[in-house]
Design a protein around this ligand. Structure first.
Ligand SMILES: Cc1cc2nc3c(=O)[nH]c(=O)nc-3n(C[C@H](O)[C@H](O)[C@H](O)COP(=O)(O)O)c2cc1C
Length: 197
């Protein structure tokens, strides 16, 4: 079967660039799904921050709900939806933490307030209202006044190593095109096929 691309990563890059050119708002926003120990799924948006060692990277708090669920299952799925292009890209695979060096390198590129925010927010924990966070931000601004904000130990990246990537192109009459890349392990060759819409 003829496939538009033999390499899902370069294909993703070129579709992503089309989404940027089409001015899709936040084309890098991806829905990230994880599951808890009972198999209950949970979905939230995180920002895709490029490919790191063959995986879709994103950054977050390592004590958050998503991090706890990733620690348990090691599995995740993300979905990009680009409505202006009638496209989605759906990725499922193995989520692993990035190295400390990789997380620190990315952290240094963040705006200072986002760096302070990473210290202030105990992500996914119950809090006592908005003042709690404001106070924490003030505290950490004082603590790091006049110096670079270091990367917190409980903050960093993941990369999602795909075992399946599906490129979905919306077509008239719901006769959509679905191109699937699938492999058994991250070292295995891709099998490529199409799915019925
Ligand atoms: C557009 C958008 C982008 C977001 N990007 C991130 C991100 O890159 N990292 C992150 O931890 N949370 C991000 N969030 C917040 C998450 O959706 C979520 O609220 C948070 O990570 C806590 O999730 P959890 O409690 O399930 O772990 C983003 C939210 C939106 C709406």
């Amino acid at each position: 079967m003829s496939f538009p691309s033999q390499d899902p990563f370069s294909w993703f890059e070129s579709e992503y660039q089309k989404a940027v050119q089409a001015k899709v708002p936040e084309p890098n926003a991806m829905q990230l799904a994880t599951v808890d120990g009972e198999g209950t799924p949970s979905i939230r948006v995180v920002y895709f921050k490029g490919f790191v060692r063959g995986g879709f990277s994103f950054y977050t708090n390592y004590n958050s709900q998503k991090a706890r669920e990733l620690a348990r299952s090691g599995r995740a799925s993300v979905n990009f939806f680009w409505p202006q292009l009638a496209q989605q890209v759906r990725v499922t695979g193995i989520a692993e933490k990035l190295t400390r060096e990789e997380s620190e390198a990315y952290f240094r590129t963040r705006a200072r307030l986002s760096q302070i925010g990473a210290w202030a927010s105990e992500q996914s924990q119950e809090i006592d209202g908005p003042q709690w966070l404001e106070r924490r931000v003030e505290d950490f601004e004082k603590r790091f006044q006049g110096q670079e904000v270091p990367c917190p130990l409980d903050w960093g990246g993941y990369h999602l190593l795909p075992l399946q990537i599906e490129f979905w192109f919306g077509q008239e009459g719901r006769l959509h095109n679905r191109y699937v890349f699938e492999r058994f392990g991250i070292e295995s060759a891709w099998r490529m096929y199409m799915k019925s819409p």
